[in-house]
Design a protein around this ligand. Structure first.
Ligand SMILES: NC(=O)c1ccc[n+]([C@@H]2O[C@H](COP(=O)([O-])OP(=O)(O)OC[C@H]3O[C@@H](n4cnc5c(N)ncnc54)[C@H](O)[C@@H]3O)[C@@H](O)[C@H]2O)c1
Ligand SMILES: [Zn+2]
Ligand SMILES: [Zn+2]
Length: 349
């Protein structure tokens, strides 16, 4: 089958690999119809996040239909259209029972195989899904499949980020980073009643996208961000900063912009060896800092229902649609933000 595999930093390719097989009775095999490239794939692509085996099938955002199920799978039969979260979870452990599905004791992330162990990803014609009953969600007939795909990561991650930030009615919220996750965090903050959402990035088309979704665009490197936030908050600073970048510069900026007693919610994935701000800086502002892998499976029922309402127009998030054979170029375009690229959708041909 065709699959997008990791060779080395900045080297991915569409190649022919063996089709996955059922390994456990709780597995399902899904025929992928649509897959997407995520900002998280870029950490691996850029060689910032290391450890991935050469030949690992990439990708953790996909939708498709079930072709085969193990003997213990009860909720799905071949032919069922499903959305997958970016990581699988058992549905039975202490963490799953409490909704922290991303920290399931047997959680596995799609597209991460290290030293021969792990789970191949969904940028392929077929993918093996462990714990199919607990992990997969039936795709609602009322939601276009490419929008349903967003519930498996960026939409659920963005909504979780806003919720984790404790956004309340009337709050002034700052979103740092207007990639697909940042745009979804903006939508999540608005749903929670934020009065103003100030949206920071340096990429013009991403600022435009934020303003189309009700955010107030502020250009990094040009506008005086701190002055804008202080002006919007009577000189206090933002109630909540959603740091959706994953870079120490963004952590420092978030600290600068948040008010005393406020919260920084940081879904951005960090790989630096030390925290960019000191314990004293947190103390001096009485801050709450919350981070971590989003428990998207616990959010997917809600975000799919939210999409079914039909008033979240997320079509524009996908700037590029291409075949798996063109994925190598897709990674380049997305990484370098060429051709106004916001997100790449890969279609099986
Ligand atoms: N916690 C989770 O479970 C989870 C899930 C999905 C994605 N993520 C992470 O969320 C982050 C965003 O993902 P994405 O797909 O939207 O990525 P993306 O790379 O498309 O977007 C990041 C944006 O941040 C902007 N940026 C860079 N430096 C900045 C700064 N200092 N201030 C403000 N903006 C800045 C970039 O111009 C870019 O538009 C990534 O780190 C990704 O790994 C986390
Ligand atoms: Zn993702
Ligand atoms: Zn579990």
């Amino acid at each position: 089958m065709q699959a997008v595999t990791f060779d080395a930093p900045f080297r991915v390719r569409c190649t022919d690999v063996a089709e996955p097989k059922l390994l456990l009775a709780t597995d399902a095999i899904v025929r992928v119809e649509l897959a997407a490239i995520c900002g998280s794939d870029l950490h691996v692509y850029r060689g910032v996040e290391r450890g991935l085996d050469r030949g690992t099938v990439l990708g953790h955002e996909f939708v498709g239909s079930i072709v085969e199920v193990g003997a213990a799978v009860q909720r799905f039969r071949p032919g069922a259209k499903v959305v997958s979260p970016f990581s699988v979870n058992c549905g039975a452990c202490w963490f799953c029972a409490r909704g922290l599905t991303s920290r399931c004791t047997d959680s596995q992330l799609f597209g991460w195989v290290q030293d021969g162990r792990g789970l191949h990803g969904g940028q392929a014609e077929y993918v093996r899904v462990p714990y199919a009953d607990a992990s997969l969600v039936a795709a609602p007939a009322t939601v276009p499949l490419e929008q349903a795909l967003l519930a498996g990561d960026v939409l659920s991650t963005g909504f979780h980020a806003a919720d984790q930030g404790g956004v309340r009615t009337g709050d002034v919220v700052v979103v740092l980073g207007l990639g697909p996750v940042g745009i979804c965090a903006l939508l999540g903050a608005r749903d929670l009643g934020a009065a103003q959402v100030l949206c920071v990035d340096r990429v013009a088309e991403r600022l435009e996208l934020a303003s189309q979704h009700g955010g107030i665009p502020i250009e990094l490197g040009r506008d005086d961000i701190a002055a804008r936030v202080l002006a919007a908050t009577g000189g206090r600073g933002a109630d909540v900063v959603l740091e959706v970048v994953g870079h120490p510069d963004a952590t420092r900026l978030a600290w600068q912009l948040v008010r005393c007693g406020g919260t920084i919610s940081a879904p951005g994935v960090h790989n630096e060896p030390a925290f960019a701000i000191t314990p004293g800086m947190i103390y001096d502002k009485n801050l709450t800092y919350r981070s971590g892998r989003a428990p998207v499976r616990a959010w997917m029922d809600r975000t799919l229902q939210r999409l079914a309402r039909g008033d979240l127009d997320l079509k524009a998030l996908f700037s590029h649609r291409m075949s798996f054979a063109e994925a190598e170029r897709g990674y380049e375009i997305f990484e370098q933000k060429l051709q106004r690229c916001t997100k790449v959708l890969l279609q099986t041909s």
